[in-house]
Ligand binder design. Structure first.
Ligand SMILES: C[S@@+](CC[C@H](N)C(=O)[O-])C[C@H]1O[C@@H](n2cnc3c(N)ncnc32)[C@H](O)[C@@H]1O
Length: 493
């Protein structure tokens, strides 16, 4: 850790060592903690923007050349940054980031590295289909290795077997997944920095030659074409520009826990600053935020889960940001299974997908059935005439629970619960055992959190059904029976 801090300071990073310490925190790997009481608004550390590691700051893209970079599709996804990180690591001391890369973890608790036996424990959860190992390996074979093999001067064959292996590729990918930040292109280079770009030493290991001007009107320096073309690729504002994906030394030493953030990274013109957002007491951990994702995402990206008190209607411990994904095809199965589908379900589902693009519904920890799911159930049950009208008017059925659909949605939730290999009781018993491995414990926590939401949804549906039955039992007022429901008001003619 001292080596890392020494490296950080030698690269013009500024750390307030009077208030922030770094060390091992049981169950969290390394982390940062307050050495003294720290007030809100205090700058803990400052990182020069050009100390961030990305395809914009690494020398490799320029050395490989813009055309080749695009030809090998290194400008799409993370393959380019992974190659930069492998290459910078191979440069050893010659790389500006040597002291950083040497300190990063090489083992992870993420499902990407689990055995098939361990992965079975995640059956039914939102993790399984999102691990993406095959896609990642395809990028390795189809982008990264062909690029490396095309330039033996940059990637000598004797280095390939050590620094450019599939295993190192997964390590770098996992480092990005669990530690990267989005750092947008920055403006306002000073004359000095500008000169450094113009005079850039493009020999291996120079990290100063890729700080690029932002607007096409500015004089084009070596390497800027790559930047411009990146822009073409990222015209769609919703798409992440792979050039923004950055490793940020020191900022990535902070752990996170649900709604515990007490420090945040602020982006200034030439530097990034970690500033406290709350007063922190001496000895307390300094927490960043990872955006409070559900445990399924925390496990998949970071290899850990959050266990904090749950909120009503749930109780006990878990992650209040948990969600359950329900596939639209399961909805169709449940409606068909109840014998309530009218007409051609496939035709209606195709229309639904065309109209909404929703093939998965998300139930959150408030345990409310999503409106879209209710709408789909109603759509599948519409009498033929109403179905024709719906298509003509291009309007979805109004999402309102009624006593006809509650049993169907309840059976859907039960079908969804049956997709997990174990029951809630079995999971709770497992968690009480002290002999569970870290991976199995995490898997059980993820699936149990999802099951609590499903059980809560079933309970909530029951409450609504009871309330609707009570309403049905009450004698109808005259106005109600006329379909108005508002006493003393005339129905519209
Ligand atoms: C951005 S890094 C933080 C620094 C990291 N602990 C280290 O040792 O380098 C993210 C990783 O920290 C760990 N981590 C972060 N928050 C955690 C938490 N609340 N509980 C357990 N581990 C956590 C996870 O391994 C995660 O992948």
């Amino acid at each position: 850790m001292d080596d890392f801090v020494g490296w950080f300071q030698s690269q013009n990073g500024v750390l307030d060592t009077t208030v922030m310490g770094l060390g091992d925190i049981p169950g969290h790997g390394r982390g940062a903690y307050a050495l003294t009481d720290i007030p809100e608004g205090h700058t803990l550390f400052t990182i020069p923007r050009n100390l961030t590691l990305s395809t914009r700051t690494s020398s490799l893209p320029k050395l490989l050349g813009k055309q080749a970079w695009k030809e090998f599709k290194l400008h799409v996804g993370w393959a380019g940054l992974i190659l930069c990180m492998m290459w910078e690591e191979e440069q050893g001391e010659k790389s500006r980031w040597s002291g950083y890369l040497a300190d990063l973890p090489s083992t992870f608790d993420t499902p990407m590295f689990w055995t098939s036996e361990e992965l079975k424990e995640l059956q039914g959860t939102a993790v399984v289909d999102k691990i993406g190992r095959d896609d990642a390996e395809r990028d390795y074979r189809e982008k990264l290795m062909p690029a490396a093999l095309s330039r033996p001067d940059l990637f000598p064959s004797e280095k390939l077997l050590k620094y450019y292996t599939l295993e190192r590729y997964h390590v770098m990918g996992s480092r990005i997944l669990s530690r990267s930040f989005t750092v947008l292109k920055w403006n306002g280079m000073t004359e000095d920095e500008d000169a450094m770009v113009a005079d850039a030493d493009t020999s291996i290991g120079s990290g100063m030659d890729v700080d690029m001007p932002d607007t096409p009107d500015e004089p084009q320096l070596d390497g800027t074409e790559l930047q411009e073309d990146d822009d073409e690729e990222s015209e769609d504002e919703d798409m992440e520009d792979p050039g923004d994906v950055s490793m940020v030394p020191m900022a990535d030493m902070l752990n996170a826990r649900f709604e515990s953030e007490n420090a945040k990274l602020f982006y200034e013109e030439h530097e990034l600053k970690m500033i406290t957002t709350k007063a922190i007491k001496a000895g307390e951990q300094i927490w960043n935020t990872y955006g409070d994702p559900p445990n399924s995402d925390l496990l998949r990206r970071y290899g850990h889960v959050d266990l904090v008190p749950l909120r009503t209607p749930l109780s006990g411990m878990g992650n209040p940001a948990d969600v359950v994904e329900v596939r639209a095809d399961l909805v169709v199965t449940a409606v068909n299974g109840a014998g309530k589908a009218v007409g051609d379900s496939q035709e209606r589902v195709d229309w639904w997908l065309e109209f909404t693009d929703d093939d998965t519904f998300v139930i959150q920890s408030d345990c409310d059935v999503p409106d879209e799911l209710i709408s789909l159930v109603l759509l599948l049950m519409l009498p033929a005439a109403d179905w024709t009208k719906t298509q003509r008017k291009q309007k979805l059925p109004k999402a309102k629970l009624n006593l006809d659909i509650i049993p169907i949605i309840s059976s859907l939730i039960e079908r969804r619960l049956a997709e997990y290999p174990t029951s809630i009781q079995e999971d709770e018993t497992l968690l009480r055992s002290s002999s569970l491995s870290v991976n199995k414990r995490n898997a059980v926590i993820v699936r149990l959190g999802e099951k609590y939401i499903l059980a809560g949804t079933l309970a909530k549906l029951q409450v609504v059904a009871n309330a609707l039955r009570e309403v049905d039992k009450k004698p109808k007022r005259k106005a109600d029976s006329q379909g108005d429901g508002r006493k003393g008001k005339k129905t519209k003619s």
